[in-house]
Design a protein around this ligand. Structure first.
Ligand code: S3P
Length: 174
């Protein structure tokens, strides 16, 4: 396979980055990795445990280590990220940035509709307080939009449809 740039998926917690990444894998030759999964393997514990025992700053440092590794060592890959990973200074050097975008209320509705909704909410410390989460969303959304090379509105769309839109739009970048 010729060398291609990475695709890096950003967006708020619960917007469906993992689901879209899995569909992209089905519909293309990309393989995918997830920054939260990398951190959990590095630490051999769950993100929630890292937040609870070490605090957010420690977690952000781990994200920085992952970002450095991705820039130096990963190619041809679809990289799904945690909702705060976009703050990494070298984000644009890692690959083409694709934002999965949706209004806050639609994201919460999506999480709550999931059969594992309670688990999905529990594993995300920054979603514990929905009022604070909405403030975080409002603060982040303009920053996400500024960084994105491509924006995909995922509201009320299947992950399969989003993945096809992504693969079409990304062609001119990779
Ligand atoms: C975070 C999002 C989470 C995870 C951590 C922090 C954030 O990932 O990285 O709980 O700052 O938005 P998801 O976006 O996959 O939920």
């Amino acid at each position: 396979m010729p060398s291609r740039k990475n695709i890096i998926l950003i967006g708020f917690m619960g917007v469906g980055k993992g689901s879209v990444a899995r569909e992209v894998v089905k519909n293309s030759k990309y393989m995918t990795i997830d920054t939260d999964d990398l951190i959990e393997s590095m630490e051999n514990r769950k993100i929630k445990n890292i937040f609870d025992l070490e605090g957010e700053e420690y977690f952000r440092r781990l994200e920085r280590d992952v970002a450095k590794w991705l820039e130096e060592s990963v190619k041809n890959t679809l990289i799904s990220t945690g909702g705060g990973f976009y703050k990494q200074k070298n984000l644009k050097k890692i690959g083409t940035v694709v934002l999965l975008d949706s209004p806050f209320d639609a994201i919460i509705k999506r999480i709550k509709a999931h059969p594992n909704a309670i688990k999905k909410l529990k594993k995300r410390p920054l979603l514990a307080d929905l009022k604070k989460a909405k403030e975080l969303y409002n603060q982040r959304r303009p920053e996400y939009l500024k960084l994105a090379d491509i924006v995909i509105d995922v509201t009320d769309k299947s992950a399969d449809l989003c993945s096809k839109e992504l693969l079409k739009k990304v062609k001119k970048y990779v």
